[in-house]
Design a protein. Structure first.
Ligand SMILES: [Mg+2]
Length: 364
């Protein structure tokens, strides 16, 4: 099989969020979404995407349009490893970094989409097909700016709608506020629902150790991004000091960074983001590497694509419920009794609303 790329284009559209998102270090209202479409000979096309939370989308688009897309023409989309390596070589001096990783991800996901469409297979199967469904936890309920009453009401609603877990943002200036919020949520959802917390890299080492100790009574599934992502040793120290699992990965842009965390016991859950790590090709390597360390994979964000990847690998543990693409798709993730099922359509299985995409792209 040969799928020679004969054309490629990229564009950017800004997808509004369904509700404001605030955590310990930032607030955002924008999802700059960079699309790449490849056309192949004998005719199968593929569409991929990556995103930012409001900064840098134009830089990603420029890297694609000014440098990478021309180099893509002539390559074989049937061979994603070869394409990925060739693209990596084109921007080697920018690796590993967010802009280059996001550009590579938009290309790589388009290549996987074309390849899977050509074969008539959903990406979930093409990438391994390990599981039929993966539990879903809710993040939209737990942003930091919600009052405790709002937080509890949202968490109860999320559970009522079937989510198997809820995540609460932490990092209030006064630790007792975090504790009060967690106690209220745990009491409201009961012991059977998973409860996660996320500090978005907001703490120092001493504060992370202190807060982890304060959070322990609430039977947490994980403590996410407690420290800056470049402090691998700090995460290892924290992991040894608490019974709560440490989860990291959304701010990591290379397989080697994950290796550092896993080989030092600094992560008990990994959360690779298919856009930020450079696409499906490296994402699968992260998941398989984690499997070798006995560590589950709970991918960050991008539920419409991650449902296929989490289900493709045996250690895919959770899918994060944030309906990122709702304004630009006519399909939605199928969830039954709190478990998401990967799409069965060939390719990524995402049905794009091109009219909506065109409108949002034109608004920029
Ligand atoms: Mg997070």
């Amino acid at each position: 099989m040969t799928l020679r790329v004969v054309g490629a284009r990229a564009w950017l559209c800004d997808i509004p969020v369904l509700r404001e998102r605030t955590d310990a270090v930032q607030s955002f209202l924008s999802q700059e979404t960079v699309f790449v479409e490849v056309v192949t000979e004998p005719g199968t096309s593929g569409r991929g995407y990556s995103y930012t939370i409001g900064v840098g989308g134009s830089a990603v688009l420029a890297l694609l349009q000014d440098y990478l897309l021309d180099k893509l023409v002539g390559l074989d989309a049937a061979c994603p490893e070869m394409v990925w390596r060739h693209m990596f070589d084109q921007c080697r001096s920018l690796m590993a970094g967010p802009v280059s990783a996001l550009a590579l991800a938009a290309i790589d996901t388009a290549v996987w989409d074309a390849r899977a469409r050509h074969l008539g297979l959903p990406v979930h199967e093409l990438a391994g097909g390990a599981q039929q469904e993966v539990p879903v936890y809710d993040t939209e309920c737990g942003w930091l700016h919600f009052s405790t009453d709002e937080l509890v009401a949202n968490a109860v609603e999320a559970v009522r709608e079937g989510r198997r877990g809820v995540k609460v943002k932490v990092g209030k200036p006064d630790a007792s506020e975090d504790v009060e919020r967690l106690r209220a949520v745990r009491e409201a959802i009961g012991p059977a629902v998973a409860l996660m917390v996320d500090a978005n890299q907001g703490f120092t080492r001493d504060e992370a150790v202190r807060r982890a100790h304060l959070y322990e009574p609430f039977d947490l599934t994980w403590f996410e991004e407690p420290l800056p992502a470049d402090d691998v040793e700090g995460h290892a120290l924290l992991a040894r000091s608490t019974s709560v699992a440490v989860a990291v990965g959304e701010t990591m842009y290379s397989l080697g960074h994950f290796r550092e965390y896993l080989s030092t016991g600094a992560a008990s859950v990994v959360q690779p983001d298919v856009a930020r790590v450079g696409g499906i090709t490296p994402w699968l390597k992260v998941a398989h590497l984690a499997e070798a360390f006995g560590v589950p994979t709970a991918p960050h964000f991008l539920m419409e694509l991650h449902v296929s990847l989490a289900a493709a690998v045996p250690n895919g543990r959770w899918v994060e419920w944030i309906p990122q693409l709702a304004p630009v798709t006519t399909s939605s993730v199928t969830v039954t009794e709190g478990r998401a099922r990967p799409p069965t359509l060939p390719g990524l299985g995402i049905s794009w609303d091109d009219e909506a995409i065109g409108r949002l792209a034109g608004r920029r």
